[in-house]
Design a protein. Structure first.
Lengths: 286, 335
């Protein structure tokens, strides 16, 4: 029970200011780590740009045959896949940020974090906020490059309206990564799972093709796409870039965020969590 | 027992939620508050769609003669002239109540026409007869016929109304006609299948599009020489699909829009350097175009996707595409 957990912790030093310091510390550390890993920043930017410049170039002619909301006119394929690539950035980042949890656990840095007097959920939220902040940086860097490739929302205000959507989708994908990271003992396991998670999620979604196209090709695949939370993350971003809200996607992303985050709290809770039961590297330290 | 963090976090969360809600509620600014009527002929439906320029909703679908194609408006915007190609006549509609007022003789298979800047007469290209027919719009009488090349189509008139340019698709020529003497003064060879002729606002040049040639020839009106041939290249689109048809030039004479047919693009051309500044994606097989009365918007007819696309002239972006009837062909906008 979380109430028991709070009671047993020392109360000294707990304050909103302290919480802010803790949050800033976590975000700062994640930011520094991101900036110091230039390769990660570069790959985070190059990956979607390769899709945009090379993959989309070959498919230019395939779209422009039908107008689907939120678009009010024909769009080039590059414009169509941009929201999918933004979500891909966030998916990679969410999982990579969680990957760092596994790394922290392996090198022992997590122990320092966990002796903090703040509740576990707060630490996890801080970690998620840090991940979201980094992913948003990556997304805007991508949008900047895309702007010069003539991939832009109709109205520049779209760059602002997409922000809440990015926070929400970043939270959902980050929470999903957190929940997953708790069950992996080592980096190697997690890296291979990234392949099993990222690619199926990315391909079985509306990121690359409109769902009506998928429906024409295969009904089961269409249903899989509909049930894939990543599809809804993509659609939420797509509509937000055009200053609109896709309510179904918003509901799905919000619900999935809650479920994934609850799973992460459960998994990282030392009394109930999977980490303790599985005897993770930091379990012995408790 | 509650932690102080959660108590303090509540107002912060509320603030964050308010910011999120505020951002999410941001919607695109409303469209400018001018209203015009946009008339579109639907070649395969034998109708004319009337749209409100602001909402882009269909106000009315008007039954016309068979195969309506070319479309123009009187200078005061009160009359709409429609080429009913298969009925061999020009129909005149009231722009307010869309009633058919009268029909004018046109000669066989009228496809495109141009109105004298004064509103009278009407010069009609008769595709099957190698003729340009001149019709007095008031008396409804044919006042002259000018033999031109085979399959005449494009019709352009100088701002002073003294020179008429007709293009003949099979002969691949632009015929310069003196409207006073009704005689051809010069024939200029252009690339294959010329479709549209358009004068620049300063009347110094005539732009002629060649559909099969894939070029736009810029002809000096004084020397009747082709001074420039504009070619188009779109990454990812076959050269054969680039078939220029409609041409519109802004009143300031700085920017030209060229419809590129099955390339589904409109090219934006700098009229001084002849450099192509941008290609805009529109619907399928874009042919004809028309500016709104205030020239803030350009409408394109997309014959194969049964819609019109709306281009914002200032931002050079396609803002919307709206379904009309089958085979939209001609378009005109009146206040």
């Amino acid at each position: 029970m979380s109430a028991t957990t709070v009671e047993t912790r020392p109360r000294a030093g707990i304050s909103a200011r302290g919480a802010l310091i803790c949050l800033t510390g976590i975000v700062w550390r994640e930011g520094l780590r991101f900036l110091h890993q230039r390769g990660r920043f570069l790959s985070a930017l190059v990956r979607p740009l390769v899709w945009l410049f090379i993959f989309a170039a070959g498919f230019r002619a395939t779209l422009g045959v039908s107008i689907i909301p939120p678009y009010e006119t024909y769009v080039l394929y590059e414009v169509y896949i941009a929201p999918g690539l933004i979500a891909m950035i966030q998916l990679f980042n969410g999982l990579q940020s969680s990957l760092s949890m596994v790394y922290d656990r392996e090198v022992g840095a997590m122990r320092i974090l966990l002796v903090s007097p703040y509740p576990r959920w707060f630490l996890l939220v801080s970690k998620l906020i840090a991940g979201i902040a980094v992913s948003i940086l990556q997304v805007y860097a991508f949008l900047l490059v895309a702007y010069f490739w003539d991939v832009q929302p109709d109205d520049p205000i779209g760059y602002l309206t997409v922000l809440p959507a990015l926070v929400l989708t970043g939270f959902m994908l980050g929470a999903m990564g957190l929940a997953m990271s708790s069950v992996f003992k080592q980096l190697e396991n997690f890296a291979s799972v990234m392949n099993f998670v990222i690619f199926p999620m990315f391909f079985a979604s509306s990121a690359l093709y409109p769902l009506w196209r998928v429906q024409q090709a295969s009904i089961p695949l269409y249903n899989i796409c509909l049930w894939n939370p990543f599809t809804h993350a993509v659609e939420l971003i797509r509509f937000a870039l055009y200053g609109q809200i896709e309510w179904t996607s918003l509901a799905v992303v919000a619900c999935c965020s809650v479920v994934f985050f609850a799973a992460a709290i459960f998994a990282y809770d030392p009394s109930t969590g999977l980490t303790a039961r599985r005897g993770g590297p930091d379990a012995g330290a408790k | 027992m509650k932690s102080p963090i959660s108590r303090r976090a509540v107002p912060a969360l509320a603030k964050a939620a308010a910011v999120f809600a505020g951002l999410a509620a941001l919607i695109a600014a409303p469209a400018p508050a001018w209203a015009a009527k946009v008339f579109v002929t639907n070649e395969r439906d034998h109708t004319m769609t009337v749209l409100d320029s602001e909402s882009l909703k269909t106000l009315q679908t008007v039954k016309t003669g068979r195969r309506p194609r070319g479309l123009t408006a009187s200078p005061d915007g009160k009359l709409i002239y429609v080429c009913a190609s298969d009925d061999n006549r020009v129909e005149v509609y009231d722009a307010n109540d869309y009633k058919l007022l009268r029909t004018l003789p046109s000669g066989p298979d009228p496809e495109l026409f141009v109105l004298h800047p004064s509103g009278n007469p009407l010069y009609i290209a008769n595709e099957d007869d190698a003729l340009v027919t001149i019709v007095d719009t008031e008396t409804g009488k044919v006042v002259g016929e000018i033999p031109v090349g085979v399959e005449p189509e494009g019709m352009g008139i100088s701002p002073d109304g003294k020179t008429l340019v007709n293009t003949s698709e099979t002969t691949s020529m632009a015929h310069f006609i003196d409207t006073t003497t009704k005689q051809i003064v010069e024939n200029v060879l252009v690339d294959s299948r010329p479709r549209v002729a358009q004068f620049t606002p300063d009347a110094k040049f005539t732009w002629v599009s060649a559909e099969v040639g894939g070029t736009v020839s810029v002809i000096d009106n004084a020397s009747h020489e082709v001074v420039k041939k504009i070619t188009f290249q779109i990454p990812g689109v076959n050269d054969e699909a680039i078939q220029p048809v409609g041409i519109r030039i802004t009143k300031d004479g700085n920017t030209a829009f060229v419809a590129l047919g099955p390339a589904n693009r409109v090219a934006i051309v700098d009229t001084h350097t002849y450099e192509i500044k941008k290609y805009l994606l529109v619907g399928q097989r874009v042919w004809q175009m028309a500016f709104s009365p205030d020239e803030s918007v350009l409408y394109t007819t997309n014959g194969n996707s049964n819609d019109i696309s709306v281009i914002d002239v200032a931002s050079q972006k396609v803002t919307k595409s709206v379904t009309v009837g089958r085979g939209p062909w001609g378009v005109v906008a009146v206040p």
